[in-house]
Unconditional design. Structure first.
Length: 312
């Protein structure tokens, strides 16, 4: 996944959310709508999340050092997990609380046209951000469906922005529906119901993000297609006759660790094996550029040893 594409989507989302947040708080000041307040806090939370993603992307670029010999690539996952926490605590829980309070203690909606105007404006701005995220995602997701992409993506930025923007658009529609029903019925309970629905939506999105980034934090292997390409590249049919077993681990979205035990003939010299290992590493890096850390251990192939391998 292109880090540049993810950054572009994050910057577009940050710009949109800052503008939208100001307009929502202005509308809340004129209307007293709890939906507008919840949406304003939602936009502030989203803006903070985008800042976190940018910080994580910047910090992940630091060079490896003695304390962190494999680099800082997975720091992007740490900040992605923080996004889920902020979205849950600041966006979702606040909106749920505000919605319950408005249902229990309704008060009239004032200057409703401010709320409607701002919500329509926000839908246009969020739509721009969402289209930017979709465009950048289409450039990297290939034939994967949207759900598959979010589940399998190794870089957190685009999935986060996609989920946030889609949630924001649905939330805006819910807020607009709550305001319209309040105007139509004269009961501001509907404004509270809209706010409550927004909160539950944000909590659900935050849980999905937390689960996905947790998996990345724990360490995910390369996808099956990449594993097959690495296995094929390791074998030359001459000195390296096969792969006994192999492990892969993402050190970051664009950095992969490969550890493999490769089969060699029993009568190969140490010089021949060393030369074959160098060539195998070169083939892997040429075919899978993100395979930047490679450890190969030569061994004599034994069927029993291969069977005890727990997989890739």
């Amino acid at each position: 996944m292109s880090a540049e594409g993810g950054t572009k989507a994050v910057v577009a989302a940050l710009t949109s959310n800052l503008v939208i947040a100001v307009s929502k708080f202005v509308a809340f000041a004129f209307t007293g709508s709890s939906s507008m307040l919840a949406e304003g806090v939602h936009s502030i939370a989203d803006s903070g999340n985008q800042v976190l993603l940018l910080i994580g992307g910047k910090r992940a670029q630091r060079e490896a050092d003695e304390e962190h010999p494999f680099g800082y690539g997975r720091e992007r996952y740490v900040y992605g997990f923080l996004v889920a926490v902020v979205l849950f605590a600041v966006g979702g829980c606040f909106a749920v609380y505000e919605g319950v309070q408005k249902i229990r203690h309704p008060h009239p909606l004032e200057s409703w046209y401010w709320a409607v105007g701002v919500l329509l404006f926000a839908i246009v701005m969020e739509g721009y951000s969402f289209l930017t995220a979709m465009r950048e995602t289409n450039a990297v997701r290939g034939k994967q469906g949207w759900f598959q992409f979010i589940r399998r993506a190794k870089a957190p930025e685009l999935p986060v922005v996609l989920l946030e923007d889609s949630g924001a658009l649905v939330g805006l529609v819910l807020a607009l529906l709550g305001v319209v029903l309040t105007i139509a019925t004269g009961s501001s309970v509907w404004d509270g119901v809209g706010t409550l629905c927004i909160g539950l939506l944000l909590v659900a999105i935050a849980i999905v993000l937390a689960l996905e980034t947790k998996s990345l934090l724990l360490g995910e292997s390369a996808d099956k297609g990449t594993v097959a390409r690495i296995r094929a590249a390791l074998t030359d049919g001459e000195t390296v006759t096969g792969v006994i077993h192999m492990r892969t681990l993402h050190l970051g979205p664009e950095e992969l660790l490969v550890a493999a035990k490769i089969a060699v003939a029993h009568d190969d010299t140490a010089e021949e094996i060393a030369r074959a290992i160098d060539k195998a590493e070169a083939r892997v890096r040429a075919d899978v550029p993100i395979a930047r850390v490679i450890y190969l251990e030569p061994d004599i192939y034994q069927a029993a040893k291969a069977r005890t391998s727990t997989g890739d």
